[in-house]
Design a protein around this ligand. Structure first.
Ligand code: CTP
Ligand code: MG
Length: 580
């Protein structure tokens, strides 16, 4: 996505706002230099000579001008707010859509906090700048040129003073902008840090409380908050400096003008009204300059934010199916093959899977065991393409998963992740994530297989029971069973359960497996388990060790020849015996 078309679409769509805002603001500005002229005229020709009719006529004219200015000003501001708000909303939507396309690896690269800052605060900076720009981009130059011309018209000698101030102010602004620009980027980065911290703390509030780590989290938060504050002060003081510098310029110039004009008035070469008008023009010139400087300063800030938004929009989601050759292919069988697969989470890290080759027949039941950290979750993540392989290929139904449509692939492969999540909403709503059209009978069938039906029935509101965010008002085992039912509702060809019955008692665990075998015999099942008992009847058990497949076979084969398997099996049997 190029830099231009990020904004051009929405500018084109709301062109009326983007044209009307500056137009009305220019109309308003024209009034600003007519008013002092009328005022000077009224003082010199009306007040000074006591011509009441002249005063009334000019006064009325001034009132009408002021009223028109008010209307134009309001209209200009309205269109500026409308245009910039639309612009921000559309860029925000675009950024959100892009983030939705991101893979886990893309999100890790930016960090969640940074993505939140970019989609909120950074876009707000752009919105503020667009609004200021729409209000001032023509108004300020028109005011500046107009007021300079008018002052030359009134008194060319006095006007020369202005020519000295303008370059000085311009130079000061340029210097301020140069210092401010890198500081803004720094400030946004610190805001990322703060959002990351908030995100982690709030998401994990339960764990924090259970470990009584509130104080610690408070300290961590104070630290990032403090850094952000320091960076903000350092960046914003540039903005604050702008105000006193221009006030000083106004005052010094006014003084110089009064000094020069005073002498002219004394010798009768100038009228009081002219001086009043001149000072008003002078103030207008400096206000316009101040506004222009502000546009530049805000522009610097917006430029930093713009770069950060572009980074998101220009990042290629590293996991797409845009170039997939067999997009229309449906998955019908459910056979899986790993061909010399290696995988690493990031280029900087060592591979967590090394040269894995493996075949899983359609409809078979495969168990996956191995010590913690041996790469079981990583292995199964490659099947629905939660990550892409670093080398080799994963085939489903004989086709490389990268050649298939992502949607079709993920519809056919249901994974109950080790770290599963439910969402706020009723149990039925959560189950329908698996299949939005599922009727109550289908929900019940899936829950029967997952052995969730009996506990749901015990809830007074049954399937309409509301879950809290993350399903925290359920027990661990209940949550796991609902997640299995949700996965079953997808009618997958391949079902992967990653330690999904760890919190369920052994009898229920066995019951779920039997129901799966009986009710869904054609579905390929991969079950990762800590307990050998959970996979003992599998057609094939894969033993993983340090990112490699150590052995694969049936329980009888492995117990004879695989030492790691024997170790796990006998240690668990001894534990069970000890428990009895
Ligand atoms: N890993 C990583 N980055 C991740 C996830 C995992 O670098 N986002 C690493 C871990 O440090 C680990 C290895 O990948 O050394 C394998 O992790 P995993 O596949 O999750 O291991 P499992 O066998 O699933 O371990 P467990 O039984 O504990 O679930
Ligand atoms: Mg795991």
């Amino acid at each position: 996505m190029t830099k231009q078309n990020k904004y051009t679409d929405s500018i084109r769509k709301h062109l009326r706002c983007f044209l009307c805002a500056p137009f009305f603001m220019v109309l308003e500005a024209s009034g600003e230099f007519i008013l002092p002229y009328l005022n000077a005229d009224m003082i010199d020709r009306g007040v000074a000579v006591g011509n009441t009719a002249y005063i009334v006529r000019n006064g009325l004219l001034m009132f009408v001008t002021a009223l028109a200015m008010l209307i134009f000003g309001v209209l200009g501001a309205y269109f500026a707010v409308k245009g910039s708000s639309h612009l921000a909303a559309e860029v925000r939507a675009k950024t959100f859509r892009q983030i939705q396309k991101f893979s886990f690896a893309n999100i890790d690269e930016f960090s969640t906090g940074s993505l939140i800052t970019r989609i909120t605060n950074d876009i707000t900076q752009i919105q503020n700048f667009a609004q200021t720009l729409l209000r001032g981009c023509f108004r300020s130059p028109v005011m500046l040129v107009g007021a300079v011309c008018m002052s030359f018209l009134l008194n060319p000698r006095l006007a020369a003073v202005i020519c000295v101030v303008i370059p000085i102010l311009g130079l000061a602004t340029a210097l301020l902008i140069r210092t401010a620009s890198p500081r803004y980027t720094q400030m946004q980065k610190k805001l990322d840090g703060l959002n990351n911290q908030i995100n982690e703390t709030i998401t994990n509030e339960r764990v924090i409380k259970s470990f009584v780590r509130e104080e610690n989290e408070k300290e961590k938060f104070s630290a990032v908050n403090q850094v952000l504050m320091e960076k903000s002060i350092s960046a914003l003081k540039m903005m604050i400096l702008m105000q006193p510098v221009s006030t000083l310029a106004i005052n010094v110039t006014t003084l110089a003008v009064v000094w020069i004009a005073g002498r002219q008035i004394m010798i009768g070469g100038m009228e009081i009204g002219t001086l009043t008008a001149f000072i008003t023009y002078l103030t207008q010139i400096l206000t316009a300059l101040n506004f222009l400087a502000n546009i530049f300063l805000q522009g610097t800030r917006a430029a930093a934010s713009n770069r950060r938004i572009s980074e998101v929009l220009e990042t290629c989601p590293d996991l797409t199916d845009e170039s997939a050759a067999q997009k229309d292919r449906q998955i019908t069988g459910g056979g899986i093959e790993f061909q010399n697969v290696s995988f690493t989470y990031s280029k900087k890290k060592d591979p967590v899977l090394k040269d894995i080759s493996l075949k899983i027949a359609p409809g078979s039941f495969v168990g996956l065991v191995g010590s913690t950290g041996s790469g079981k979750t990583s292995l199964i993540s490659l099947i629905p393409r939660l990550y892409d392989v670093s080398a080799g290929a994963v085939l489903v139904d004989g086709t490389d998963v990268r050649e298939l449509s992502l949607t079709k692939l993920r519809e056919s492969v249901a994974v109950v992740l080790q770290k599963n999540t439910l969402f706020s909403g009723s149990i039925a709503e959560n189950l329908r994530w698996g299949n939005a059209q599922a009727d109550p009978e289908e929900l019940r069938r899936a829950c029967r297989i997952a052995h969730a039906e009996e506990f749901i029935r015990r809830f007074p509101e049954g399937y309409d029971t509301d879950l809290e965010q993350g399903g925290t008002n359920l027990s661990g085992g209940q949550r796991q069973r609902l997640c299995i039912a949700r996965a079953l509702l997808k009618h997958p060809k391949i079902l992967i359960l990653d330690d999904s019955t760890s919190a369920v008692d052994m009898a229920t665990d066995a019951g779920i497996r039997r129901a799966l075998e009986k009710e869904l015999p054609g579905m390929t099942k991969i079950i990762i388990a800590q307990r050998i008992g959970s996979v003992i009847e599998a057609d094939q058990i894969i033993v993983m060790n340090e990112g490699r497949i150590e052995d694969a076979g049936t329980h009888e084969e492995l117990i004879r020849r695989c030492s790691t398997y024997q170790e796990i099996y006998y240690s668990q049997r001894d534990e069970e015996n000890a428990a009895v």
